[in-house]
Design a protein around this ligand. Structure first.
Ligand code: PLP
Length: 385
C-alpha cells in the first residue's frame, strides 16, 4: 500500500477530543471538558430554520461565500461595532469558525511560513498549520499578566518568515479579554512588521465587564482577518455556522477555497444564523449573565479549597491549578475521570503553557460545575495537594 500523507499522519489528535472520547465510555460522569453551551438554541432561531427547511429556495446550493442576506447581516454587525470599512464582499460563511480559521491560514500560508500562535490556546489553528507545512511559533501567556500577550515578547519572536499573528480574545482556555490599548498595540506591531492579524473572536459575546474590542475597528490598511461564528454566543455548536471577515484580496482567496473544501454551508443553518443576527439579542445577554454567575460560583469554590489563582474576564472556562498532583495534565485528566468521574480538558491540550493546569468548562449546569470542582479538590488532597 502507498503510505498515507506524512503531514496528516504527523498531526497529533486534538487533546480535548481525547478526553471526550474517554468520557463517552464513563456513564454518569460529570462533563466539564467540552466547550459547548448547555442552553438550547433560542426558539426564534430554530423557528427560522424550520421555515427555511420548508421553503424550496433553501434546498439548493448557496453561493460559495454564503447567502447574500446573511453576509450583509454579518457586515452590518461589523460596521455597528466600529469596523466602518466592512462590506458584504468581505464576508465568507464557513461550517464553523474552525473552518474559517483553517481557510484563512490556508489562504495566507505557504510551507515554511511562520505564524505566531498563543502558547495557551484552542489547539486547532496550530494543528492546521502543521498540515499546511507552516510553522506555529508559540508565544507565552503568563498568568501573572492575566494571560495577556506582551507585545515586546511577541516582537522578539518575529523573523523574516513570520506571516501572521493569531490572537484570541476572549481567550480559550484562559478567559482573558484584551483591553482596547492592547488591541491597538498588537495591531501596531503587525503594521510595523507587515504581518496579517488573525483575530479569533468566537467568544465575543461572552465578556463580563468592559467592551469586546476587535482589531478590525482599527484596521487602516486591510491586514485584519476576523474569525467568528454562532456556536458559542447563540448556543449553536451543532448548526456549524461561522464566518471570516477579511479585506477583499484575502476574502476572494478564502471564498475561492470554499468550492473544493465544502462548496457552501448548509442553507437551512445559514438561515438560522441570519435569524440569530437580525432577531432579538436578549437571549445572548441572558446566557452571558448565566456564564458570569457560574464563573462566580466556580471562583467561590476554588477559593474555598485554596485553588484560586485568577479571575476569567470572558468566555466560559476556568483553568484550575493541579500542579500539586505532580503529573502531566493528560495523566491528571485521565485519573480524574477514572477516580472521580469528572471529565476536564488537560491544560497541555492547549500548549506547553497548560502544564500543571486543567480547563473546566462553565458551559455546564451550576450543580455539575460545583460538584466537579469539589471532586477535583478531593482528588488533589489525595494526590499530594
Ligand atoms: N475558536 C475558538 C477559540 C474556539 O474555542 C472554538 C471552539 O471551541 C472555535 C474557534 C470553533 O468554533 P466553531 O464551533 O464555530 O467551529
Amino acid at each position: 500500500m502507498q503510505p498515507l500523507a506524512a503531514r496528516a499522519l504527523a498531526m497529533p489528535p486534538q487533546g480535548v477530543r481525547v478526553i471526550m472520547d474517554l468520557a463517552n465510555q464513563v456513564p454518569d460522569c460529570i462533563r466539564l471538558e467540552v466547550g459547548q453551551p448547555d442552553f438550547p438554541t433560542p426558539p426564534h432561531i430554530v423557528a427560522a430554520a424550520v421555515a427555511a427547511a420548508q421553503d424550496p429556495r433553501w434546498h439548493a446550493y448557496t453561493p460559495n461565500a454564503g447567502i447574500p442576506s446573511l453576509r450583509e447581516a454579518i457586515a452590518a454587525k461589523m460596521r455597528a461595532a466600529g469596523a466602518a470599512q466592512v462590506t458584504a464582499d468581505w464576508v465568507c460563511v464557513h461550517p464553523g469558525a474552525v473552518a474559517g480559521l483553517a481557510s484563512a491560514l490556508t489562504a495566507l500560508c505557504d510551507p515554511g511560513d511562520q505564524v505566531l500562535v498563543p502558547g495557551l490556546c484552542w489547539p486547532n489553528g496550530a494543528l492546521w498549520l502543521q498540515v499546511l507545512g507552516a510553522e506555529p511559533v508559540f508565544y507565552p501567556l503568563h498568568q501573572e499578566n492575566g494571560f495577556l500577550p506582551d507585545p515586546d515578547e511577541l516582537r522578539r519572536l518575529i523573523t523574516p518568515r513570520t506571516k501572521a499573528l493569531l490572537t484570541c480574545s476572549p481567550g480559550n482556555p484562559t478567559g482573558a479579554v484584551f483591553p482596547p490599548a492592547l488591541v491597538q498595540a498588537l495591531y501596531d506591531l503587525c503594521a510595523q512588521h507587515d504581518l496579517w492579524l488573525i483575530s479569533d473572536e468566537i467568544y465575543e459575546h461572552i465578556v463580563f465587564s468592559g467592551p469586546h474590542t476587535s482589531p478590525a475597528t482599527l484596521d487602516r490598511d486591510g491586514r485584519v482577518i476576523v474569525v467568528s461564528g454562532f456556536s458559542k454566543g447563540y448556543a449553536m455548536c451543532g448548526w456549524r455556522v461561522g464566518y471570516t471577515v477579511s479585506p477583499p484580496p484575502v476574502a476572494q482567496t478564502i471564498i475561492k477555497l470554499q468550492e473544493p473544501l465544502t462548496s457552501c454551508v448548509n442553507a437551512v443553518a445559514q438561515k438560522a444564523a441570519e435569524a440569530a443576527l437580525t432577531g432579538p439579542q436578549d437571549c445572548v445577554a441572558a446566557m452571558r449573565e448565566a456564564y458570569r454567575q457560574r464563573r462566580d460560583l466556580a471562583l467561590a469554590i476554588v477559593r474555598e479549597h485554596g485553588l484560586f489563582r485568577y479571575e476569567p474576564q470572558g468566555a466560559f472556562y476556568l483553568l484550575v491549578d493541579v500542579s500539586a498532583a505532580g503529573l502531566d495534565s493528560y495523566a491528571i485528566a485521565k485519573a480524574l475521570l477514572a477516580e472521580e468521574q469528572v471529565a476536564v480538558a488537560p491544560g497541555e491540550a492547549f500548549g506547553t503553557g497548560g502544564r500543571g493546569l486543567v480547563r473546566v468548562s462553565l458551559a455546564a449546569a451550576g450543580d455539575a460545575i460545583a460538584e466537579g470542582l469539589r471532586r477535583i479538590a478531593r482528588f488533589l488532597r489525595r494526590h499530594g495537594g
